[in-house]
Write a protein that binds this ligand. Sequence first.
Ligand code: ADP
Length: 153
Amino acid sequence: MKRKAVFPGSFDPITIGHYSIVERALPMFDEIVVAIGENTSKKFMFSLEQRIEHLKQAFGHFSKVSIMSYSGLTIDFCRKINAPYILRGLRNPNDFEYERAIAQINKSMAPEIETFFLVTEPKYTAINSTIVRDILLHGGNAQDFLPERVKIN
Ligand code: ADP
C-alpha cells in the first residue's frame, strides 16, 4: 500500500513549525496530504480559502505534498482517501498529553491507522499559530515565523 500520510490541523495560519514537520517527514512517506479540518464551532482569523492559499504557497514546490480540506473525523477522512497514517508534531508536554489521547482514541476507533509523531526542532518549540495571529492582529511582522514562501500582510 502507498505510504500516504495525512497531516491534519487548522493552519490558521501555517507556521514554520508546521512546515518543518512536513519537510522532515517527506522522506518517510510517498505522499503527505496537508489537510485543513473544518470546524464550524471554531472562529478562524483566515478563511478556508485563504488558509488553502497559504498552504499552496508553502508546499507547491513539493510534488509529494497535496492540500485538502475535510469536515468530520480525521480517521473517516483518512479512510476516504486511503491514507493509513496520520502525522503530528510534538512541541511540549501539553502537546504530548493532548496528542496521546487523540492518537489512542483514533487507534481504538480505526486500528488500521497509525499516528506518527515528530518532535519539533528546538528553535521552533515556541512557535504556534495563536502567537502568529496576535502579531498579525497588532500589525507586527510575523514573516520570521512563516514558511519563506508564504506571504501574509
Ligand atoms: P490543531 O488545530 O489541531 O491544534 P494546528 O494547526 O495548531 O492544529 O497544528 C497541527 C499540528 O502541527 C499539531 O500536531 C501540532 O502539534 C503541530 N505543530 C504546531 N506548531 C508546531 C511547531 N511549532 N513545531 C512542531 N509542530 C507543530
